[in-house]
Design a protein around this ligand. Structure first.
Ligand code: BTN
Length: 262
């Protein structure tokens, strides 16, 4: 797997920094440890299987062997955490571009970090920050379901989980897609600040949540609202039935569609 990924991007500066694991607990957890130990910008971890794949809000991410791409990238962006509010959105746009390039499919985005095809979640992104000395280090983790059929998913997510192969004729080349992801995240790291508004415009175009009736779930409180927009920090602007509006940040709340997952 590693050599096939590298064959696709042999001239890329990150090519020699890709590490492959046949099985690991979580590429994000390992990437955090490596970042704290000084791993450079552009270090990439890819696994065939995760025993403890993690998602947002303490959820698990199903990561069976041979079925998906489980990848984490270490970035050292030379800025403060406050300047990275739009990082997850930028990573989602980059991942959509990579999937389109490698498969011809065009995913949409459920705010903030879920990639969607035909109302099914086909990928999730988990962005985590660690500080080493005075430097901020960002870990972008992505899990993409590539080869599963509906029956392969755990029962609790079967009604809304999907994979690329459910919407793609023929099997998805995981090496080619992994290589496209590495290139897309590298390009994203170079354009994160200088093309911020263009990236966020693209995010808003792909964001399937906008205009929808949603439930804003914060701790044990659930409020109905209409999703209006996403600001340049990646916060979701919602309007509550009393007319009041609020920009909700992704760390604080999760959003559920009122009539299903989306
Ligand atoms: C989510 O759906 O909330 C985000 C899922 C992110 C999963 C990826 S798989 C690679 C990396 N390692 C992890 O433990 N999580 C991310």
């Amino acid at each position: 797997m590693l050599s096939s990924i590298q064959n696709h991007i042999s001239a890329h500066p990150w090519c020699s920094q890709i590490q492959y694991f046949s099985s690991i607990d979580s590429t994000n957890s390992r990437a955090k440890q490596m970042a704290l130990a000084g791993a450079p910008h552009g270090t990439v971890l890819v696994a065939d299987h995760q025993t403890g794949g993690r998602g947002r809000m303490g959820r698990s991410f199903s990561s069976p062997a041979g079925m998906g791409i489980y990848m984490s990238v270490i970035l050292r962006p030379q800025c403060s955490p406050a300047q990275l509010m739009h990082l997850t959105c930028a990573a989602a746009v980059a991942a959509c571009n990579a999937i389109t390039q490698a498969t011809g499919l065009q995913p949409q985005i459920k705010w903030t970090n879920d990639l969607i095809l035909e109302n099914r979640k086909i990928a999730g992104i988990l962005t985590e920050l660690v500080t080493t000395g005075d430097q901020t280090c960002a870990i972008i983790g992505i899990g993409i379901n590539c080869c599963q059929q509906e029956a392969d998913f755990p029962e609790e997510i079967r009604s809304f989980a999907g994979s690329l192969s459910m919407f793609h004729s023929g099997c998805v080349d995981r090496s080619a897609l992994s290589a496209a992801l590495v290139q897309a995240f590298s390009h994203m790291s170079q354009t994160l600040f200088c093309q911020r508004s263009a990236i966020m415009d693209r995010y808003r175009t792909l964001c399937i949540t906008l205009g929808k009736e949603v439930s804003v779930v914060r701790a044990d409180q659930v409020r109905h609202a209409t999703a209006l927009s996403v600001n340049d920090d990646g916060a979701l602007l919602v309007r509550f039935p009393d007319g009041s509006q609020e920009a909700v940040a992704s760390g604080e709340v999760s959003i559920r569609g009122m009539y299903g997952y989306i």
